[in-house]
Design a protein around this ligand. Structure first.
Ligand SMILES: Cc1cc2nc3c(=O)[nH]c(=O)nc-3n(C[C@H](O)[C@H](O)[C@H](O)COP(=O)(O)OP(=O)(O)OC[C@H]3O[C@@H](n4cnc5c(N)ncnc54)[C@H](O)[C@@H]3O)c2cc1C
Length: 451
């Protein structure tokens, strides 16, 4: 058997080699102890195919790493990590608006390239997230209610399969794989070495950031839900109830409107009237300023997230459950704290039939994201209390919201993958069987092949 170094042209690194940690460290430090045996940084799709072939022959498990931001640490394992950071080319055809990126491109690099040509693709709110992980699980941006998901803008992808063959996939060629790559979750079907998106023209925007004291939580959460239930597709917001350290809770609304600030202020008027906010920022911004304003970086210290979905505003009991949960959060040393957030989905996301792509959540008004975080210096008891708290909130909100979960807000505590994939789960399992019958691409929540 040839050595890896003889087979691939890219770098091969082992524990202790310079750059090994940077090429493998998961963003979520909850998984910082998981150390792979080897990291291969392929130069191109040929290297990717050779690394896969070597790992198969050596029976070494392999996971691909895009931006390393999987909440559940799914891009690091005990065997080989395929670090895709070298697949970083970006090509923009200004005549057609078609944008092709390598499988390891990060969102920030793509945003910067798009801005030069004033072209837009719905990407997320972090520069460091990999485009690969984002698009394969769906990809939701503040503009998704108007522009659709990242995966709705995907028109072609190249993927290297478990047998080492490369497939070009679009709506006509290898259409089953193309369908699966639009929401079926990263790492399941192969290693995508490129993605082609149809870009569109950006729209002048406005943004809002509103903060209220905790005593106003109930009325603000209720009225904000009502506002978003009838808001036009151009407006999306994240409505948050959270706490950190020993501070009292805070209610926040951060959002983007593809229209003037005057319209945004009018839509928010009922929330501004229901209780006096502590902070109000509502301003016109061009599309790119709005993107920067909404960008959000967190410490990446250990955290855990669980999700649910709801097609309509939560009933009063649901709001009560959120407020209670924030009140009884056990605390930790992580400045990110904990909370519950309602991300407004719907609009253009909901106008695509559920069976058209693997992403199943086409009937959702809010993604409900419950999160907690702790520090690596916190004692085991604190971690245990935080995870127990999170499970408790998830269970309580089960009375008000559905079991549907967002695969990109990966929840390692989830046992039934149908929560991620809904009615599309069996079809994904059959596609997995067709292209990876032995389940070579394997990780704790990988789709199981189904005959
Ligand atoms: C700070 C932060 C902000 C976020 N913001 C948003 C947001 O605004 N909207 C949103 O929808 N989500 C958001 N997310 C979630 C994000 O979409 C997922 O965590 C995503 O999976 C991360 O992709 P990655 O490539 O960075 O991660 P990785 O950990 O590298 O990959 C995630 C999964 O995809 C696989 N994968 C990655 N690249 C490829 C590839 N080229 N081919 C095959 N498999 C691949 C990996 O093997 C792994 O299973 C955010 C996450 C964080 C931590």
């Amino acid at each position: 058997m040839q050595s890896l170094e003889q087979l691939v042209r890219g770098r091969v690194r082992y524990l202790g080699d310079p750059g090994f940690d940077a090429a493998t460290a998961p963003f979520n430090k909850r998984y910082a102890d998981v150390r792979p045996a080897v990291v291969v940084s392929p130069r191109d799709h040929v290297d990717v195919a050779r690394a896969i072939g070597w790992a198969r022959d050596a029976e070494v498990p392999l996971v691909a790493r895009g931006g390393g931001h999987s909440y559940a640490g799914h891009s690091v394992g005990s065997g080989m990590v395929l670090d895709l950071s070298g697949l970083d080319e970006i090509h923009i055809d200004t005549a057609t608006g078609l944008v092709t990126v390598g499988g390891g491109v990060r969102s920030g690099a793509l945003y910067a390239a798009l801005q030069q040509h004033d072209l837009a693709i719905p990407l997320g709110n972090s520069n460091d997230v990999g485009v690969g992980g984002l698009v394969l699980g769906g990809g939701v941006a503040a503009v998704s209610r108007a522009f659709g998901l990242t995966s709705d803008a995907l028109v072609r992808t190249e993927i290297v399969l478990a047998d080492g063959s490369t497939r070009s996939c679009d709506a006509t060629d290898n259409a089953d794989l193309f369908w699966a790559c639009r929401g079926g979750g990263g790492g399941n079907f192969g290693v995508n070495t490129s993605f082609t998106f149809q870009a569109r023209t950006p729209v002048p925007s406005s943004t809002c950031l509103l903060l209220w004291r905790w005593r106003h939580a109930r009325p603000v959460l209720a009225v904000m839900q009502d506002i978003m239930a009838t808001a036009p597709d151009e407006f999306a917001a994240r409505i948050g109830a959270s706490r950190a350290g020993t501070e009292p809770g805070v209610v926040s609304v951060i959002g983007q409107h593809l229209g003037p600030a005057a319209e945004l202020r009018e839509m928010l008027a009922p929330a501004l009237a229901v209780a006096d906010p502590e902070r109000v920022e509502i301003a016109d911004r061009d599309y790119w300023d709005a993107k920067d304003y909404l960008h959000h970086e967190t410490s990446g210290d250990p955290f855990a997230v669980r999700t649910r979905c709801t097609p309509k505003p939560l009933a009063e009991g649901g709001i009560e459950a959120i407020v209670d949960a924030v009140d009884r959060w056990p605390g930790s040393a992580n400045p990110d704290g904990a909370g519950v957030a309602l991300f407004t989905w719907g609009g253009a996301i909901n106008r695509i039939p559920t069976a058209d792509t693997a992403f199943p959540h086409r009937d959702t008004l809010f993604l409900i994201s419950m999160d907690t975080s702790w520090s690596s210096t916190d004692p085991a008891q604190t971690i245990w209390c935080n995870l127990e708290w999170l499970d408790g909130v998830h269970e309580e909100l089960g009375s008000y919201a559905t079991d549907a979960a967002y695969v990109n807000f990966t929840d390692p505590a989830l046992t039934d993958l149908s929560a991620y994939y809904g009615a599309n789960h069996p079809r994904l399992a059959r596609i997995k069987h067709r292209h990876d019958p032995d389940g070579f691409f394997r990780f704790p929540q990988a789709i199981t092949p189904l005959t």
